[in-house]
Design a protein around this ligand. Structure first.
Ligand code: NAD
Length: 257
């Protein structure tokens, strides 16, 4: 049966693989991105998110079977606050705003977390600013730090994942399943940009070689897990964080799950 999905970040990388796989199955996919998309919007701002959601509402008035807020920026982005703006606020605002369309069809949401999310566990100041929707406070914190962009990345993914889990009962009450996929290092333009720095490239290559898989993931391997969580086969999955990371989380946190 043809289903209607909306997603963000479908222009390249993991999002492009999700879009392609869904379209190959005959589904309609409405893509929001800053480039090469059905709806062009800058999701780093509240106005951009609102404008994007309005256009999705026009294109899918009968509702959505699913939503994947996949747009994200990596450690090469500057300033660091762009990362919290897109990865946390952009994903959360669009998901909340699309709740009524998702409720109409009892749809499923798959957020994109990261294997780096647990690294922010002790960054309480940033996590609290994000959870409180204090965009300016979060921006000031990460922009003032030497390692701000890494902190912004891990913090935005942990805060988003915590929000997803805390929101699971509310979404379930509307008939919507919400889950997350947490990718490990995956070969995409995001990681290619980070590898422009020789030291980062070496650290990433060493890390990928050390994880149980011994290699980076591919966008289609991440998309496979997203499509599973969207599907009827995942009908009892609510609030899961599905690590698709070559075993890196198991390697780094064997006792935590
Ligand atoms: P990518 O750069 O290929 O894709 C990111 C997409 O987001 C692009 O299409 C880009 O145009 C879009 N985007 C960026 N800024 C935007 C903005 N302001 N407004 C609208 N769209 C915007 O990177 P990717 O690796 O495929 O990343 C996809 C998601 O996966 C991101 O959320 C990322 O954090 C996450 N992720 C990636 C990895 C990895 O190793 N590649 C690991 C863990 C999580």
């Amino acid at each position: 049966m043809n289903k209607t999905y909306a997603m963000t970040g479908g222009a390249t990388g993991i999002g492009a693989a999700i879009k392609t796989q869904l379209r190959e199955l005959g589904h309609t996919v409405i893509v929001v991105d800053i480039k090469s998309a059905d709806i062009i919007a800058d999701l780093s701002t509240e106005e951009g998110c609102t404008a994007a959601v309005k256009q999705v509402e026009q294109l899918a008035p009968d509702g959505l079977d699913g939503f994947i807020p996949c747009a994200g920026l990596g450690p090469a982005a500057r300033p660091a606050s762009l990362v919290t703006d897109v990865n946390y606020f952009g994903a959360k605002l669009t998901t909340i705003a699309l709740q009524p369309l998702l409720a109409k069809k009892k749809g499923a949401v798959v957020m994109i977390s990261s294997n780096s999310a647990p690294m922010a566990q002790h960054d309480e100041e940033l996590l609290q600013a994000l959870a409180a929707d204090d965009r300016d406070g979060a921006s000031q914190l990460v922009n003032a730090r030497a390692n701000g962009v890494q902190d912004a990345y891990a913090g935005s993914k942990l805060a988003l994942t915590r929000w997803m889990r805390a929101s699971t009962p509310e979404f379930a009450g509307l008939g919507i399943r919400i889950n997350a996929v947490a990718p490990g290092i995956t070969t995409t333009p995001l990681t290619d940009a980070a590898k422009q720095d020789e030291n980062v490239a070496k650290a990433m290559a060493d890390f990928a070689a050390a994880v149980p898989s011994g290699r980076e993931g591919t966008p289609s391997e991440i998309a496979d897990a997203v499509l599973f969580l969207l599907s009827e086969q995942a009908s009892f999955c609510f609030g899961c964080v599905f690590f698709v990371d070559g075993g890196s989380d198991a390697l780094l946190r064997p006792n935590d799950f």
